[in-house]
Write a protein that binds this ligand. Structure first.
Ligand SMILES: [Fe+2]
Ligand SMILES: [Fe+2]
Length: 182
């Protein structure tokens, strides 16, 4: 048991664990890209636009890496792409319509969930799949930067911050759960 992610009896085999990681991460980065697309559709000419665009560019890099891994490792992509396509954009646009700070509150909530998700994956990988682990750690650092950027743009001053944040986190965790399996 020195190699590979820690397993419990009844857990799926190692290859399936890795495939699930790549599937859910590709889905998540796709969702992130769509959230920023939605934000920019509303806030493309606002003062926050340059910051949002910078974060969106980094999401594109994350997504490209997982798109590549899906092909290289022959992982079945999530069946829920059409859902994330719409839900991501809708979440980004809807929060942006509430205002710049609500859009930033959305970013903080999503990035906190992704940070936790990537941290768990990185831990589970242990010392196997070093390249995948390095990518996850690299992207996780970007996500934490996005969270800090959003906090600096007044996320916590958004009206109804606590409720908005809790709802978006619950939705993000559900999306992760679904994309791991479907
Ligand atoms: Fe990302
Ligand atoms: Fe991000």
């Amino acid at each position: 048991m020195s190699k590979g992610p820690r397993r419990l009896p009844g857990d799926p085999p190692r290859d399936e664990i890795i495939a699930r990681m790549i599937r859910v991460d590709q889905a998540g980065e796709y969702g992130a890209k769509r959230i920023y697309d939605g934000q920019l559709a509303v806030l493309g000419r606002s003062a926050a636009a340059p910051a949002i665009r910078r974060m969106a560019e980094q999401e594109k890099r994350h997504l490209a890496a997982f798109d590549r891994l899906i092909v290289e490792r022959r992982v079945r992509p999530t069946a829920l792409s059409p859902l994330w396509h719409m839900a991501g954009f809708a979440l980004g646009a809807a929060t942006a319509l509430l205002g710049e700070r609500a859009a930033m509150a959305c970013t903080v909530a999503v990035e906190e969930v992704i940070d936790e998700h990537y941290r768990r994956q990185s831990e589970a990988l242990g010392d196997c799949e070093p390249a995948l682990k390095a990518a996850i750690e690299d992207f996780r650092a970007d996500e934490l930067e996005h969270r800090d950027t959003a906090l600096a743009h007044g996320a916590e001053a958004a009206p109804g911050y606590a409720m908005l944040s809790a709802a978006i986190k619950a939705g993000s965790r559900l999306a992760i759960w679904l994309s791991t399996r479907l």
